[in-house]
Design a binder for this molecule. Sequence first.
Ligand SMILES: *Cc1c(COP(=O)(O)O)cnc(C)c1O
Length: 452
Amino acid sequence: MLESRFMLSQRDIPTNWYNIAADLPAPLAPPLHPGTGQPIGPADLAPLFPMELILQEVSTERYISIPEEVREIYKLWRPTPLLRAVRLEKALDTPAKIYYKYEGVSPAGSHKPNTAVPQAYYNAKEGVKRISTETGAGQWGSSLAFACQLFGLECLVYMVKVSYYQKPYRRSMMHTWGARVVASPSTETNAGRGILAEHPDSPGSLGIAISEAVEVAASDPDTRYSLGSVLNHVLLHQTVIGQEAKQALAAIGDYPDVVIGCVGGGSSFAGLAFPFLQDRLTQGRPTRFLAVEPAACPSLTKGKYAYDYGDAVGMTPMVKMFTLGHTFMPAGIHAGGLRYHGMAPLISALVETGDITPVAYHQNPVFAAAVQFARTEGIIPAPESSHAIVAAIDEALDAKAKGEERVIVFNLSGHGFFDMAAYDQYLAGDLVDYEYPADAVTEALQHLPAVG
Ligand SMILES: *Cc1c(COP(=O)(O)O)cnc(C)c1O
């Protein structure tokens, strides 16, 4: 019998997070203060984040130990399984081996609790009473609601108004885990009231919701803010994924020729890729790394490597990253978690050095791959994760064309049980591919902040 599901034991849950900042070819460009344009220090971030997370954000220590309390909670779903997609391989008639790490087994259904739990832990430890955050489709909000509940923290989620009404079940999950969910823009903040005064019917955006969540944290000493992707400490926490994958593959006797993940802010991709990238950066291993983004929001393939704000209104620090411009409004594709104008600075730097290769796909081929995956492997993948699947299938077909054995490892970052309306649209033939919005990007890139 061919083995296809590889489980580690709970004793194998990593004891450290891997910090790739220790192995970068060159240090990251410093984040800059949005007002002064000067490099920011830990004190500037203290109103928003607990000090332990700020120190992780700037750390260049290679390994950072995972608190025992966090590992205890990780045991609820970790280690996650590594599976070999035997039936998909067969359907593609490929000599390649396709492995995937399945993060959809977490309580929230994605990789996001890997960082929500330590973030809630450090906040609770430093006496914070409440965490505020934003959420688009609700994946991050539900992960943080779950984590806050475990540490007795209040959780306040500003949910983009259009999603608040269109994705009621993610909202129900947040309520079940005890969070308060507010449709954004709201009348509870200056930022929200300002927007509503000008646009009473505003559907909201991630940028507006960030502004509301940040405002609440900055003005209440008992509240801190939390972000589910992009930042160095978030990517750091996700490296449990790649460390487990590496260990499971070592036991099988395989090593990836190519590692693939979707990228929104870049955290799940980094989580799988960075522990393997360490071998490329420090030992020259020739593994390739594919970061897959939507063609409708192509920050890595069409954006500019420049300083930009993390939010839409320019309240956050400026970071050097691939960006489409903070004023860019992505089209309403179904992979809501990939609709972000920028990209994690750590991923951006490694794209710039050529260590990570970006690729972009339209949503129809992405959903075709998702359906083929569901019909062979059974799991119905999240639209975000399906960007990794289509690229993995293309790699497997390329290996077949060249008659190559190839080991492909991709991140199945979450399940798609709350995205069935998108599947309905695809199956009915009603899904549109948005052309790359060249004019909108050119326009948005004119509004990059002037730096230096
Ligand atoms: C949020 C989300 C993503 C995108 O975020 P990253 O930080 O790029 O990982 C991808 N997949 C799923 C399932 C998500 O929920």
